[in-house]
Design a protein around this ligand. Structure first.
Ligand code: GLN
Length: 196
């Protein structure tokens, strides 16, 4: 069956996510059509979604004003996969610790924006991730830290704080897997059944 993958494109690194999805699907022998989501009416046709990074205040405002937010909630309620990265994770969380971010409440976690400190605004770390055999080259850019998890499962931690979690069909990452050519986390998020 051919897949339709949506990349939320109200802001952020869209083409990198689209390319990573294509490579991950290709490695699984799956046909995929990638669509960019800028308005309502597209998410209901998608089998899987990426929610990229960017600026979480802007992303959350546009998702709500464009009517995309409830469609993403329905997608998750149907058990379909979402990969939320960096600002995408902030928007997907229960609590962003910032009232300017109206969260989607998809990942039962509290996040802290820009929590790794100025000197570490941007860094790369070899991250041990549950479900991957070898460390993942994780690129953090003004990244959020996960301060507290409720029902979500922790997949990886850095500096004693979770930076990768799974809550049902949603995988949330503090970092940017789409900025490497390593597609294992897109595979982990989007093809969980093939991995069993
Ligand atoms: N600092 C941004 C925010 O808090 C997230 C950065 C990113 O997505 N790379 O919204």
């Amino acid at each position: 069956m051919s897949l339709t993958a949506g990349v939320v494109a109200v802001q952020g690194d869209v083409s990198e996510h689209a390319d990573a999805i294509r490579r991950a699907a290709d490695a699984r022998g799956r046909d995929v059509t990638v669509v960019e989501i800028r308005q309502s009416g597209v998410v209901p046709d998608c089998d899987l979604l990426s929610l990229p990074g960017g600026e979480s205040t802007t992303i959350s405002r546009l998702l709500h004003s464009e009517g995309i937010a409830p469609e993403i909630r329905d997608h998750v309620a149907d058990g379909k996969p979402v990969l939320a990265t960096c600002a995408g994770l902030i928007v997907a969380a229960t609590d962003a610790g910032d009232e300017r971010v109206e969260t989607l409440d998809l990942v039962d976690a509290t996040v802290e924006r820009n929590a790794f400190g100025r000197q570490k605004d941007s860094f790369e770390a070899p991250l041990a991730v549950d479900g991957l055999d070898d460390p993942f080259p994780a690129v953090f850019i003004r990244a959020p830290r996960i301060a507290d998890v409720g029902e979500a499962d922790v997949l990886a931690s850095w500096d004693d704080h979770p930076v990768a979690v799974r809550d049902g069909p949603v995988v949330g990452l503090s970092f940017h897997p789409e900025l490497t050519d390593d597609d294992r986390l897109h595979d982990l998020a989007f093809f969980p059944d093939e991995r069993k």
